[in-house]
Design a protein around this ligand. Structure first.
Ligand SMILES: Nc1ncnc2c1ncn2[C@@H]1O[C@H](COP(=O)(O)OP(=O)(O)OP(=O)(O)O)[C@@H](O)[C@H]1O
Ligand SMILES: [Mg+2]
Length: 260
């Protein structure tokens, strides 16, 4: 799906003055967060080094979405903090976290159903690349990275297949040149071939731009195949944090926490 000869990256297409996508490290320190009742996780600490893809794994209900929503600022922790490039984000609003380069693609996708693919992409880039011509270049770069979308430019969001919608969600996030991307189950409901394409594009983009990714997934094998590291959540704590290949090769861990 990625082009043989890449076009200019969106960073190169950005107008003068826009900051390039410098990699950022993400940290979670001593995080306790939950809803009413018992916390979902207590005193959780996690590092996502700049430029790495970390797969966040764990059974249904383990707390993956809760953790991502806390990092993006949608949930407020009871204690602990989220740190971006060494800076405490506790007092930083959701919007300002996005401005600092933290983007989230939520579970269930984020496409505007009434707008075309092209309009969705322009909308995703609007605040970051206000100049229309530069934005058009950035949109073209996304069509190169997500080739199936280029054949659906005029299709409305609600006319897309699940896989196309998921590609558009990811493209919409990437076009704003985030430094850190939080992805919640991008494989949900997709055929294995589409999942592989999507994650390959994610990995290519991360390698090219230095994007840092925290990737929550139920699709353990696919996630570990593109990740540098894997973190397994179980019973409110991290039960494994190791190179992706080591987690994939650990049968006891797979049986106990990953269900295969
Ligand atoms: N809005 C909410 N109100 C109350 N409890 C919630 C809420 N959202 C999630 N929970 C609970 O918090 C726990 C963690 O849920 P979370 O959605 O973070 O899990 P997850 O790892 O993302 O699971 P899945 O793989 O099914 O998406 C679960 O026990 C869930 O029931
Ligand atoms: Mg979830």
């Amino acid at each position: 799906m990625s082009p043989a000869t890449p076009r200019p990256t969106t960073a190169a297409a950005a107008p003068a003055g826009a900051s390039p996508a410098a990699p950022a490290a993400l940290g979670v320190e001593g995080l306790t967060v939950g809803y009413a009742g018992a916390p979902v996780m207590a005193d959780l600490t996690l590092e996502v080094p700049a430029g790495q893809i970390v797969a966040l794994l764990g059974a249904n209900g383990a707390g993956k979405t809760t953790l991502l929503r806390t990092v993006s600022g949608l949930l407020t922790p009871r204690s602990g903090r989220v740190v971006l490039d060494g800076e405490d984000l506790s007092a930083v609003s959701v919007e300002d976290r996005v401005r600092r380069g933290l983007a989230q693609v939520p579970e269930g996708r984020s496409v505007v159903a009434e707008l075309s693919v092209e309009e969705n992409l322009h909308l995703g880039a609007l605040w970051k690349i206000p100049a229309r011509r530069a934005r058009r270049d950035a949109v073209e770069a996304m069509y190169d990275a997500f080739e199936p979308l280029s054949r659906r430019r005029r299709s409305l969001g609600h006319q897309l297949s699940g896989g196309e919608r998921q590609m558009l969600s990811l493209a919409r996030a990437l076009i704003a040149e985030p430094r850190v991307l939080l992805l919640d189950e991008p494989s949900l409901g997709l055929a294995p071939r589409v999942v592989a394409q999507l994650l390959d594009t994610l990995r290519d983009t991360a390698r090219r731009t230095g994007l840092t990714v925290l990737l929550a997934e139920q699709n353990v094998t696919s996630a570990l195949s593109v990740a540098d590291r894997g973190v397994v959540l179980g019973l409110g704590e991290i039960v494994a944090d190791a190179p992706a290949a080591d987690i994939a090769a650990d049968p006891a861990l797979r049986h106990a926490y990953l269900g295969f």
